[in-house]
Design a protein around this ligand. Sequence first.
Ligand SMILES: [Zn+2]
Length: 251
Amino acid sequence: MPLDFLKRKKGELPGATPAAAAATGSVVLPEEVVAQEYQLKLYYAGKSSEGVRMKTGPGAMGELPSMLVGLAKSEIEVVEPLPIEFSQATPTIARPSEAMQWLNAHHVHSPITRHALVVLESIDAVDLAFDTFVCSLLEGEIDTSGYPEYNAVVGGVAAHWDEATGDMVCRAVVGWGGRGVRGDTDRIGAKLLAELLTNILASQYALGLTAIDRPVPAAGRVGLVCAHCGFASAHERAFYCLKCGMRLLRG
Ligand SMILES: [Zn+2]
């Protein structure tokens, strides 16, 4: 004699009528979970040129903003290297201590400069531990709040001091990005980088292209510390401060 449960229709629960199952809701995991998808793709990109060695002199640093003349599409802003007390500053909002330092250091700047710093610091194209950065909007639009659109190109000239010779070294830096990417932005960025480099080389202080390594600040360990600004050099052979250009005292 056949058993009752063998005659049950597929999907019918033992001891429950279909009506009862619908009323209480199913607690059985469905074969396929229906998921709503969420995502955000942030795209940041940038370019940095070779360095140009500059004749040392009191005028060299003051000359930096003039290298953006003819290319700048907004006010040219100068961002000084960060004081030691802001050495943890990072534009990462989930890390409150680093983010607060970053905001305290940069809230005075324009939306364009803050956008440029977020992009260029995130991709490691500038390092305000020692770079002086002169910045402007170079191409594209800003939104109604004054922030550059994702395909707007920002940038300018970054400068630091050669630890071995004390010369100032400048490089052209451009960046762009946000919630989107356009195919032609890379080409526009490359063109602007070349124009900036031309301006740097046209400076009366320029001595020519130089192939020095990108400097690395002393991470955690204490090297030779600058008596003037407190910056710690990672190199034993450093004679000048990367950040302020002062001669390092050896004792
Ligand atoms: Zn220094």
